[in-house]
Design a protein around this ligand. Structure first.
Ligand SMILES: Cc1ncc(COP(=O)(O)O)c(C=O)c1O
Length: 427
């Protein structure tokens, strides 16, 4: 069907929650997207940080074909292939144990069940992390917040308030917009669920004063290590350290929302590892299954243990299809050392962007990069449109901020092409 017909149908029958660009994508390979007229675009958005292996990656495609041929879904009442190995990989990665993750990934790819069992077995003194599988980032955060409140009730400080950061973004459900401290996202949907308090990012004094006032009423602090939707604003290690110390000081938990920063994007498996501060719970989604909907709430064993059958659930979470995809994606990322690749190409991207006229500030880590434009550059959304006209898919998070979240397979040659086109558009 032609693009015009698609546009008419969508405009008549699909709710208008997104302003869409006038392009219809019908295919893709690697860093490239292909539209309905056969025109090729370089993708520096990756479906908002989702398609971490790019488009049509053979390992992911093969895993999906194999799974769809056999079984799509049976529910969480039964054991299935892949769910356990994905959770084991996440546990190894949360411990920054790349060698351990590699051993599991190699065994999974070899199809050697005994080797998987041996590699996934935790060492005597190893901390394990357990996972609840959901379908999206918002759902992963719902799981993380429910777990933190349940922990407080059953074994913790009895508090129920969650401290969140202004400018953060945690999803679109009512609970996650209550945690998203941005008026424009909250105002039309009040009353919102209670039990949240706002702090300015990187303001240790304000955070301290919140704890002085509320103390053990606070059961958790929830932060994005790098705020993505509000324009790629990293937290400082000092603030992360203070958040962990203060919340642990009252018997509460630190939650890292790694929905956008996680899964190798920032040069480490998870961004908290770049800040040197370990959370008790983290939320994942986006890249975890390379484009198949999947979310995850991952928690240290001692915390995860408070969830009992009936406390939380999902019909679709951890489905056969999502787990086959997540297993293929994680094995590929681990075996290909995409953490190192993202760090290397990401710093090249940041360094090249900083040299482009009208770019005034470049922020981020690995292949999660944002930059501000000066006034003379005009509206960033117009820059995004002009770049689309030149066959580059990029994104604006505000009137003066561009964001780049390319697939993690992005190479220097793609960065060179992007920066050359951007320099022309901005000139
Ligand atoms: C940090 C963060 N948390 C949560 C979400 C919500 O994820 P989803 O749209 O999959 O519900 C997003 C989405 O952009 C995000 O960036």
């Amino acid at each position: 069907m032609s693009r015009d017909v698609q546009q008419q149908l969508e405009s008549a029958y699909v709710m208008h929650t997104f302003g869409r660009a006038p392009v219809e994508f019908v295919g893709g390979h690697g860093m490239t997207l292909v539209d309905d007229e056969g025109r090729e675009y370089l993708d520096f958005l990756a479906g908002i940080g989702v398609c971490c292996l790019g488009h049509g990656h053979p390992a992911l495609t093969a895993a999906l074909h194999d799974q769809t041929d056999r079984l799509l879904h049976v529910s969480n009442y039964f054991y299935i292939e892949h769910r356990g190995e994905v959770a084991a990989l996440l546990s190894k990665l949360a411990n920054d144990d790349m060698a351990g993750a590699r051993a599991v990934a190699d065994a999974v790819v070899a199809g050697d069940a005994d080797a998987v069992q041996a590699a996934a077995k935790p060492a005597e003194d190893e901390q394990t992390w357990q996972t609840f599988f959901a379908n999206s980032g918002a759902e992963a955060n719902e799981g993380s917040m429910k777990l933190a409140r349940l922990y407080a009730q059953r074994v913790g400080n009895g508090g129920n308030t969650i401290a969140c950061l202004r400018g953060g973004f945690h999803g679109r459900t009512l609970e996650t917009i209550a945690a998203t401290m941005q008026d424009w996202l909250q105002d039309s949907f009040k009353p919102l669920p209670g039990g949240f308090v706002a702090c300015t990012p990187n303001d240790v004094d304000e955070l301290r004063s919140i704890f002085d006032r509320l103390g053990s009423e606070i059961c958790a602090v929830m932060v994005e290590p790098i705020q993505g939707e509000s324009g790629v604003h990293p937290l400082t290690p000092e603030f992360m350290r203070a958040a962990a110390e203060l919340v642990h000081g009252v018997g509460g938990l630190l939650i890292a929302d790694e929905v956008q920063t996680g899964i190798f994007r920032t040069g480490k498996p998870f961004a908290f590892q770049t800040l040197g501060v370990e959370p008790d719970i983290m939320s994942l989604a986006k890249g975890i299954a390379g484009g198949v909907p999947c979310g995850a709430c991952v928690a240290k064993r001692a915390v995860a243990d408070v969830f009992r059958p009936g406390d939380h659930g999902s019909t679709f979470g951890g489905s056969c299809l999502a787990m086959a995809a997540a297993s293929a994606v994680l094995c590929e990322l681990v075996r290909g050392r995409y953490d190192e690749h993202a760090a290397e190409v990401g710093s090249y991207l940041a360094e090249r962007l900083a040299r482009v006229p009208h770019v005034v500030d470049v922020r981020g880590a690995g292949l999660m990069v944002g930059c501000d434009l000066d006034e003379a550059a005009g509206d960033a959304h117009d820059v995004v449109s002009a770049m689309l006209g030149r066959s580059f898919v990029i994104n604006a998070t505000g009137a003066h901020t561009l964001r780049f979240l390319p697939p993690l397979i992005c190479g220097r040659e793609h960065v060179d092409a992007l920066v050359a086109a951007l320099a022309q558009v901005l000139a």
